[in-house]
Design a protein around this ligand. Sequence first.
Ligand code: NAD
Ligand code: UPG
Length: 463
Amino acid sequence: MRVCVIGTGYVGLVTGACLAHIGHDVICVDNNEEKVKLMKSGQSPIFEPGLSEIMQAAIQTGKIEFSTDLAAGVAHGEILFIAVGTPPLPTGESDTRYVEAVARGIGNHLNGGYKVIVNKSTVPIGSGDWVRMIVLDGIAERQKTLVTAGGVAEEERLPEIAYQFDVVSNPEFLREGSAVYDTFNPDRIVLGGNSQKAIALMKELYTPIVERQYAEDKSLPPVPVLATDLSSAEMIKYAANAFLATKISFINEVANICDRVGADVTQVAKGIGLDSRIGNKFLQAGIGWGGSCFPKDVSALIHTADDYGYEAQLLKSAVTVNERQRLIALEKLQQVLKILKGKTVGLLGLTFKPDTDDLRDAPALNLIEQLNRLGAKVKAYDPIVSQTGLRHGISGVLVETDAERLADGCDALVLVTEWQQFSTLDYAKMATLMTHPVIIDGRNYLDPETMVRAGFQYVGIGR
Ligand SMILES: NC(=O)c1ccc[n+]([C@@H]2O[C@H](COP(=O)([O-])OP(=O)(O)OC[C@H]3O[C@@H](n4cnc5c(N)ncnc54)[C@H](O)[C@@H]3O)[C@@H](O)[C@H]2O)c1
Ligand SMILES: O=c1ccn([C@@H]2O[C@H](COP(=O)(O)OP(=O)(O)O[C@H]3O[C@H](CO)[C@@H](O)[C@H](O)[C@H]3O)[C@@H](O)[C@H]2O)c(=O)[nH]1
């Protein structure tokens, strides 16, 4: 099928590349010229395991193209994905101006042929109908321009074109760091909309994925496809993220109680996770949730509830617990080192989770800010950020090129991100390079006994 994906970030580029990989003809449109240039040369502007490989293969087979030209993308695609960012506004609402610009642009360029316009961006509930309205506005704008220019013949065609599209909500559930894997191995596909024709086309688009043709385990039953109304699909996305974030806040609260009573949250998580009603996923206690999705999506849902005069108390508490948790490493550093002024703290990891280069709303950034405020010097080593360096433009931290340089002269280390390579570092050597061999394991990632044998004072979260 002919597909156009507008916005080539973590979601758009992965979606475009995966759809091209399974045989569709894809044009990826982005208004960032630098990005488009990079992608045309076969390079991915983001770090995501396996992405460059499928991107390059699709370029070779001619299944994917990259462009800044929205008109060409709209003309090409029978399915038009909107996958631009919806970052948080200071109020907690989601900033939908990029979605609006794209929807208007699609309206400006619609020129015959039936199109399915797909909201893949995470958008406030009610956005499906709003996008439809904006697209219609875009069509009307174009009509006005044509009338002004005297293009009467085309003007006559426009009202008919206006009704040749449907809007579908197809929320995305991929996780950064395993985005390609998640796209080929989804737990479910959600399609919201009231047009049978549009839903049928979307099902056709995803058939190879639904049939597990590209799955790791091809013997699994087909991927469940859930067809809903627009608002329910939009709500499913927010509810899923809010539930997962709340689950983490729950285990972090339990961890804080464990700390006080002397229990071990890793064992507690195992014990409750074996209950199939609870499940063992997302019970990893640590320094709180971050990233580009959970914080903004939970805030946006709280805001939506507020708009309807409903106070989302549970969600607000999940946020409050998380805000406190994001500073738990600081509390523990103060307990061990007492005064932080004049001390050097080394951070193992900066990104909000492993296997990504994404620093959006990363707990490390809070920690750096607070440590600087208290007069500590902050150094860091992160497998990706140390490689890409100042591209990320973080201030208040000296980014080292390896873990041993990081340890040199530190009064304490904080493991912020559980990068796999942090499980095999030469901690015994690192301990000898430090002023005080203390490690705060912000992800309960290391074995306490091994760390003590390596010469460290080990402090976990709730263990
Ligand atoms: N990142 C994730 O893991 C994830 C997962 C699920 C859903 N989502 C949702 O998907 C959406 C996209 O997130 P992301 O992380 O991929 O964002 P991103 O910031 O990485 O990418 C957005 C892209 O859109 C481009 N863009 C902005 N305005 C444009 C325009 N007018 N025309 C063309 N391109 C334009 C930007 O240049 C950028 O490349 C958000 O709504 C997000 O909440 C994200
Ligand atoms: O047991 C856990 C699991 C996660 N986290 C933290 O939670 C945050 C989010 O992690 P994760 O969900 O793995 O990453 P994201 O890429 O942000 O993915 C989430 O957000 C995406 C964007 O909406 C959704 O598509 C995904 O389904 C959803 O998992 C990170 O800070 C993790 O460190 C924990 O602290 N403990």
